[in-house]
Design a protein around this ligand. Sequence first.
Ligand SMILES: [Zn+2]
Length: 72
Amino acid sequence: MEIDELVIYDCPVCEGAALLEEEGNSYYVTCMECGCHSVNVNFKSEDQRLDAAKRTVDLWNRGKVIKMEPGE
Ligand SMILES: [Zn+2]
């Protein structure tokens, strides 16, 4: 399985399209509509890269998202 094969559900808050983002040595999922996001999952090596992406996508898909606070 490749990272781009992961199924990412629509945003559980606003049903907007969600995107997997890479930031440094971590991945997170963010909503392009309302800006809420999953937690960052770090990886330390290429071996852990796919696992980290899977974990953050899984959290997102189960509705474990952090909502943007006003003014943030
Ligand atoms: Zn959203």
